[in-house]
Design a protein around this ligand. Structure first.
Ligand code: 6PG
Length: 241
């Protein structure tokens, strides 16, 4: 199969995380302003990266005081629920994280998917400083994404209306396409694609099938995130097959 353009195959999940950390540092280095915007992915794959960034080898290279961290999606559960991406990110960065609380922009989950989606869109636009996104001024410096076994990314599941959302930046997802089957709130394709760099992290043999489908040209949500900036895929050998 021919993998998506911008694909890099690395030996294992640790190597994927190290390569992602290098790219994150490089993306920060390209932005000389006071604020850098990074969109985090949920799921389990990026935990290694988050732990690495906060650890002794990397923490000194991360410009923590300038980075604002956003979320690509979350599950509509309390933030301390084991299914919450807020909880995952907090635990993965660890208690020694140098992220200022005001720089961590969680998706609100306490008032339901619709209200949470509207509130988070406001958060994004307030940060961006306009009422809509301009094609020549991306919202994010870097968007991290994962790939689900059904081809979803963030909480954009195949066949669900959020995938086709062209106007809103954040959409409610009343029914998830895969476990955990709780409502989700997700950034939409226009928001995720408003990035200087998009980076997919994909590890494990379970990802071979969706990668093969993408390579065959199937229209899956993950394949829709093609922004103005560069899209790169970091795969481990097990995922690449
Ligand atoms: C989530 C995600 C989701 C994830 C993929 C891959 O919150 O579930 O953002 O899109 O990235 O499902 O998940 P894994 O990394 O756990 O395989």
């Amino acid at each position: 199969m021919s993998l998506p353009a911008g694909t890099h195959i690395l030996p294992d999940p640790q190597a994927v995380a190290r390569a992602a950390a290098e790219r994150l540092i490089a993306a920060c280095g390209e932005n000389h302003s006071e604020r850098i915007a990074i969109c985090l992915s949920g799921g389990s794959t990026p935990k290694v990266l988050y732990g690495l960034l906060a650890g002794p080898d990397w923490a000194g290279r991360v410009p923590w005081e300038r980075i604002h961290w956003f979320f690509g999606d979350d599950r509509v559960v309390p933030w301390d629920d084991p299914r919450s991406n807020v909880r995952m990110v907090r635990e993965a960065f660890g208690h020694g994280s140098r992220i200022a609380p005001t720089h961590l922009h969680f998706i609100p989950s306490d008032a339901g998917a619709e209200i949470g989606a509207r509130a988070y869109e406001r958060t994004l636009l307030d940060f961006y400083g306009a009422d809509g996104l301009a094609p020549d001024r991306p919202l994010f410096d870097l968007v991290l994404l994962g790939l689900g076994e059904d081809g979803h990314t963030a909480s954009l599941f195949p066949g669900k209306p959020a995938v086709d959302e062209a106007r809103r930046l954040v959409a409610p997802v009343p029914e998830a396409g895969l476990a955990p089957f709780v409502p989700r709130i997700t950034l939409t394709v226009p928001a995720l694609a408003s990035a200087r760099h998009v980076l997919f992290l994909v590890t494990g043999a379970g990802k071979r099938a969706p990668l093969a489908r993408l390579a065959a040209g199937e229209d899956l949500p993950a394949g829709r995130v093609t922004g103005a900036g560069a899209v790169a895929w970091l795969l481990d050998a097990a995922a690449a097959g």
